[in-house]
Design a protein around this ligand. Structure first.
Ligand SMILES: *[C@@H]1O[C@H](CO)[C@@H](O)[C@H](O)[C@H]1NC(C)=O
Length: 214
């Protein structure tokens, strides 16, 4: 009886207030959703990843993180990784092109394509030297990266190395990230294209050969 006596008046009150009550609930829901959920700038059919929305001034932040990785790993570490991979790939693109025109005399007998060059490097030991140099560099810089993740004020990618003083241009950090992203995609394309055509990248352009070698 107690149930009926509270339930019936409540239902009839809702029915009486019916339409206006529903409209205002929806209006509240809509205003909440515009605050917490906004479309990503670069992937407009997806929500902006919350961590990227909180860091609008991060260089190169276009709210692109369709896998929402930034929700699970420290954002500064991800940024460090992106910058580092970008720098390595920018050097790799440059190296891949330059060695078609110039090789050090002691590499005269090395194959000129990236994939066979890799195997040659493994055989004669050059790859091991590169690996060792990378390991030493990573070991030396790990403390700085750990400090940064734990709240230090080091900027991701900062190693105090800027002999040409390029950093004085405020656009430089954004340019670096953008060129790095392009280079990461570019080096993947160049290596695969060499693999498919058995020709160097410039050689392909000069001979108009863009199709797999058969
Ligand atoms: C990303 O993950 C966080 C934490 O799980 C979640 O709150 C957020 O809604 C997710 N964002 C997107 C765009 O999926």
């Amino acid at each position: 009886m107690a149930f009926v006596s509270t339930f019936v008046p409540a239902v009839s009150a809702v029915l009486r207030r019916g339409a206006p009550a529903r409209v205002s609930t929806r209006a509240v829901a809509r205003s909440v959703s515009t605050v917490t959920m906004r479309a990503s700038k670069s992937v407009p059919f997806m929500e902006v990843p919350p961590v990227l929305a909180e860091n609008p001034s991060m260089p190169g932040n276009v709210e692109f993180d369709p896998l929402n990785i930034s929700a699970y790993l420290p954002i500064k570490w991800l940024q460090e990784a992106e910058i580092k991979h970008g720098r390595v790939c920018m050097l790799a693109c440059l190296g891949l092109l330059v060695q078609e025109f110039f090789t050090f005399p002691f590499y005269k007998n090395a194959p000129h394509l990236a994939t066979s060059g890799h195997d040659y490097g493994v055989k004669v030991g050059g790859m091991v030297h590169i690996l060792m140099a990378v390991v030493i560099w990573e070991a030396l810089t790990t403390p700085a990266v750990v400090q940064m993740i734990n709240g230090g004020d080091r900027k991701p990618g900062y190693f105090g190395f800027d002999p040409l003083n390029l950093g004085k241009n405020p656009a430089f950090a954004v340019n670096e990230v953008k060129n790095g992203r392009l280079a990461m995609i570019g080096i993947g394309g160049m290596i695969h294209q060499q693999w498919m055509t058995n020709q160097g990248s410039v050689e392909q352009l000069l001979k108009g050969n863009f199709l797999p070698h058969v």
